[in-house]
Design a protein around this ligand. Structure first.
Ligand code: GRF
Length: 189
């Protein structure tokens, strides 16, 4: 079975979707071996504990602790998935796992990406700009925020009367469907 490591700073619904997807397979192609968070109050830590997954809490600024680097080298993850991770990943980690780190962004990059564009801010900006479509982008991670090669984009219409909350909910459904399946595709290709 291949191993995955998830980095997340918040609720962790995408992490939960990944765990559920691979748990429901027979035979299982992958499992989440470690969840890393820079937020001691992150919901994702509760999700990991409920699924008996090891967790690693790092400092709020997301600095690369030597213990974390060692742990990652020991686990040798097939993929590292940033699922709502709000810090820049240290270069030391990016260098160790070239083309093996993915991020999910709740909009159609390159629009509405970059520093400060996360969560609700993204959906507010999409609606304020009068866009009729939004979506998700799953991309490789490099040294710059939201700029690595795009692997997958999926889009939905922005509905009349849409609010940031309603758009966020619909985008999350899209993410929960496509993120585990994109991971599965990469693992088998
Ligand atoms: C997702 O919308 C993802 O695209 C973004 O952060 C959000 C995380 O949501 N990068 P959750 O914590 O997985 O519920």
């Amino acid at each position: 079975m291949q191993t995955l490591v998830v980095f997340a700073s918040g609720t962790g619904s995408n992490c939960a979707a990944i765990i559920k997807f691979f748990k429901s397979q027979t035979p299982r192609k992958a499992e989440v071996a470690l969840v890393v968070s820079n937020n001691p109050n992150a919901g994702v830590l509760t999700i990991a504990a409920a699924n008996n997954i090891e967790t690693c809490l790092i400092s709020k600024d997301g600095a690369a602790h030597p213990e974390l680097l060692l742990k990652l080298q020991e686990i040798k993850p097939a993929l590292i998935v940033l699922a709502g991770y709000l810090r820049k990943l240290p270069a030391a980690i990016i260098d160790l796992f070239p083309e093996r780190i993915l991020n999910i962004h709740p909009a159609l990059l390159p629009d509405f990406g970059g520093k400060g564009m996360y969560g609700r801010h993204v959906h507010e900006a999409v609606i304020a700009a009068g866009r009729t479509q939004s979506g998700i982008t799953i991309h490789y991670v490099d040294q710059h925020y939201d700029q690595g090669d795009v692997l997958l984009q999926a889009r939905i219409s922005v509905l009349p009367g849409e609010t940031p909350d309603s758009l966020a909910q619909r985008i999350h459904r899209l993410e929960h469907f496509y993120l585990p399946r994109t991971i599965e595709f990469l693992l088998s290709n």
